[in-house]
Design a protein around this ligand. Structure first.
Ligand code: UD1
Length: 419
């Protein structure tokens, strides 16, 4: 298994380009199921998760051709199998996002329940409740959810929580339903607005994207589209945090600052000088003394849960006390034990981590438990004295395009070791 070796202590300096958003790209790849016409996606990040989604699409009768570094053409070539098996769902929870388009298009879908489903149906209950409202028959058998509907019918759906995935799944299904669907308490993340823009390009009539009330007028058929995926706000913020933690100066091109207001204001509050010019964000931390800043994760437009781990790494080295409160996911503190191995002073109490900052981190072997935990360990490694050896880096390959290459370009002492 590959690992990443980091020799910490170098200030990052230079310019890199932000990749396309993973979390927008995944539902948008699956949205191609809604049509037999050609779908062209541009600014698609080359990641293990996008490759896994392409493999799923191929299983669903699609032909996917990369036509450049970051564009692909998706067309229909055979009849789909209609089943999404456990080995694919286990590897990528986002494969649940295929359920909506597949149900709408083929009237039937069988999808394995995601793993770690100890509390019954809970992790996808909001998706399933919504599908039922649209007229699907949902049955649970042998670890699979089977859904059938001769025709989906528009409905008023009030989500019990603004789940990102459920909102996306239901918007896609409703785009091919009979009549009007209104989703209330919908998630407002920019990735949802981007998906709605793509669906509108395919002929769906959608209003209210980016608000808590999305209305979708179902179409009898959707057509092809050429769509450009928005920039990855989480990747961008991870590199800004890297500038902060190393006391460096980093310029990001191809970013979308308007999607990053909560994060940019926290980074600025910590004392990093941020300047914006169009799609360019410059972060300057050199020669500046950073201050502790607490964060509380929340649904968009709040501080993203996908940046909580990275923020914890930063606050570990900034003098003073800070807190990170996680409100979106239960049990999303798996990185705490590994950050402690590097010398971070962290204590966990329920959904809050108290950080006693100003620690002098020192390199050690650490293990990645999930994508964003991995990003936090990389950041801590960049700031640590000595060598940090990061194991299980396949988690990082799921969501950061060319991570090692981009950090090397900024002058980091980092390399990937195959093994
Ligand atoms: C998406 C993102 C992920 C991000 C998360 C929250 C993708 C591919 N992933 O994940 O990076 O961290 O949004 O911003 O876009 N929940 C239920 N029942 C459901 C659905 C969700 O209880 O049916 C709970 C989850 O367990 C979690 C919370 O709701 O505690 C948020 O989940 P959700 O917004 O659905 O996140 P994802 O779409 O899975």
């Amino acid at each position: 298994m590959d690992s990443i070796l980091i020799k910490g202590g170098k200030k990052l300096k230079g310019t890199i380009r932000v990749s396309g958003s993973k979390n927008a790209a995944l539902p948008e790849l699956f949205a191609s199921i809604l049509t037999d016409d050609e779908v062209i996606l541009q600014n698609l990040p080359r990641l293990d998760d996008t490759r896994a989604s392409v493999a799923l699409l191929e299983r669903f009768g699609k032909s996917v051709k990369w036509t450049g570094r970051s564009s692909c053409v998706i067309s229909a070539h055979s009849k789909p199998s209609g089943e999404i098996p456990y080995d694919l769902v286990r590897r990528m929870r986002a494969s649940i996002l295929m359920a909506g388009p597949a149900l709408a298009r083929y009237s039937k879908v069988r999808i394995s329940l995601p793993g770690g489903c100890a509390i019954g149906m809970r992790p996808i209950d909001i998706h399933l409740e919504g599908f039922k409202k649209l007229g699907a028959r949902v049955t649970l058998k042998g670890g699979y959810v089977e859904m059938t509907a001769t025709r989906l019918v528009g409905a008023r759906i009030k989500l019990r929580y603004p789940s990102v995935g459920a909102t996306e799944n239901l918007v896609m299904a409703a785009s091919l339903a009979d009549g009007k669907t209104v989703i209330e308490n919908a998630a407002r993340e920019p990735e949802i607005s981007d998906l709605c823009a793509m669906l509108s390009g395919m002929g769906a009539v959608i209003s209210g994207a980016g608000t808590a009330r999305i209305a979708i007028e179902g179409a009898a058929r959707l057509g092809g589209v050429k769509h450009r995926v928005i920039p990855d706000r989480i990747e961008a913020a991870t590199y800004l945090t890297a500038a902060a933690i190393t006391g460096g100066d980093v310029v990001l091109e191809g970013a979308e600052p308007s999607h990053m207001r909560a994060v940019l204001s926290k980074i600025a509050a910590a004392g990093v000088r941020i300047s914006l010019a169009g799609d360019t964000i410059s972060a300057s931390a050199s020669g500046r003394t950073l201050k502790p800043v607490s964060v509380r994760t929340a649904v968009y437009p709040g501080f993203p849960t996908d940046l909580q781990a990275q923020w914890m790494a930063l606050m570990s080295v900034v003098k003073g006390d800070a807190r990170v409160v996680e409100t979106v996911f239960e049990n999303r503190f798996l990185h705490v034990a590994e950050l402690r191995r590097l010398g971070a002073r962290l204590s966990v109490c329920e959904n809050t981590v108290r950080i006693s900052g100003g620690a002098a981190l020192s390199g050690a072997p650490v293990m990645v438990s999930d994508l964003r935990a991995g990003a936090a360990l990389v950041l801590a490694g960049l700031a640590a004295g000595g060598v940090t050896n990061i194991l299980r880096v396949y988690h990082l390959d799921r969501g950061y395009e060319n991570l090692v290459g981009k950090l090397r370009r900024l002058g980091a002492g980092i390399r990937r070791v195959s093994g």
